[in-house]
Design a protein around this ligand. Structure first.
Ligand SMILES: Nc1ncnc2c1ncn2[C@@H]1O[C@H](COP(=O)(O)OP(=O)(O)OP(=O)(O)O)[C@@H](O)[C@H]1O
Length: 276
């Protein structure tokens, strides 16, 4: 598996992407939320994006610019107003088994053990419990939660719960992992640790990842490409290729080269649309 996207400095915001090997393909995506008693909200406008298999792409943008909307449309959880969305060759018109989703909060079911929580997608999709049970155990080992398989969520720290949430998203071996600000509620040190963990999981699993984050340094540290959305209605302002060597460790985050990317992305945001 290639861990790096083939080099391209930046993609013009307006050009429709034409990659033939796109694993996620979004073309002409618009989303307007219609409300009965208020004006419609145009959340996304004219989004064109292709993501290659195995690529790690982050989406950043000011609060309310449509990041979560975009991810939920990819996940088949929100309908689109216009445009085409395909994942692994399938039109997205509802949740696909090819998708694993990690939410802002771990959203583990408190009455189920960690292992039982991880197995929820297996039950929902009616998959072989024995086969995927073994996979759940492997994943829990991989994220350092092997010993906590029979624990309940309240016995885990926030970071451990998010790791369990990641296992749950990966258990049915989806082609694509969609992550909506998964580490936003964690303290800074746990967040850095989770970033390193996520890179390790990504490298081992070879999944295609789309991550929404409010943190530009996090996006730069993790990604092959960073998609910068404008303020609402969200349009693609720039797609930045992050050409930092892999594997990356935390020293990369503090490096001058990473800083150049961070500054380049940050200049899209002014004081009224603060992201850290
Ligand atoms: N179900 C909904 N009905 C109506 N409007 C909605 C709905 N969901 C989101 N919106 C609106 O769409 C716009 C985009 O919301 P979205 O949550 O996608 O933004 P975001 O970039 O993820 O925001 P944040 O960074 O603050 O999490 C916002 O103006 C929001 O109020």
């Amino acid at each position: 598996m290639s861990l790096r996207a083939p080099g391209r400095q930046t993609s013009p915001a307006t050009a429709a992407e034409t990659d033939t090997d796109a694993w996620i393909r979004v073309a002409g995506l618009d989303k307007t939320y219609k409300a009965r008693r208020s004006e419609p909200t145009v959340a996304l406008q004219g989004i064109d994006l292709s993501v290659r298999r195995g690529e790690f792409v982050s989406v950043v943008g000011p609060s309310g610019c449509g990041k979560t909307t975009m991810l939920k449309i990819l996940a088949g959880l929100v309908s689109r107003t216009a445009g085409d969305v395909q994942i692994a060759g399938n039109d997205v018109n509802g949740p696909l088994p090819e998708i694993g989703m990690v939410f802002q909060a771990a959203t583990l079911l408190p009455w189920r053990t960690v292992r039982q929580n991880v197995l929820v997608p297996v039950e929902v999709q009616g998959l072989d419990k024995e086969k995927y049970g073994a996979r759940a155990d492997e994943l829990l080992e991989m994220v350092g939660l092997g010993e906590f398989a029979d624990s309940y969520p309240y016995e885990l720290s926030g970071g451990m719960q998010q790791r369990a949430g990641i296992c749950r998203a990966l258990v049915h071996d989806p082609a694509v992992l969609l992550m909506d600000e998964p580490f936003g509620a964690l303290d800074a040190m746990t967040r850095e640790y989770m970033n390193v963990e996520l890179l390790r999981i990504w490298q081992q699993s070879g999944k295609t990842v789309v991550l929404v984050t409010h943190s530009i340094p996090e996006a730069v540290f993790l990604s092959d490409r960073v998609v910068v959305l404008s303020a609402r209605p969200g349009r693609i302002a720039e797609i930045v290729d992050v050409e930092l060597d892999r594997p990356r460790d935390l020293s990369v985050m503090a490096s001058d080269r990473a800083g150049v990317y961070v500054e380049r992305i940050r200049r899209h945001f002014n004081a009224t649309s603060v992201i850290d």
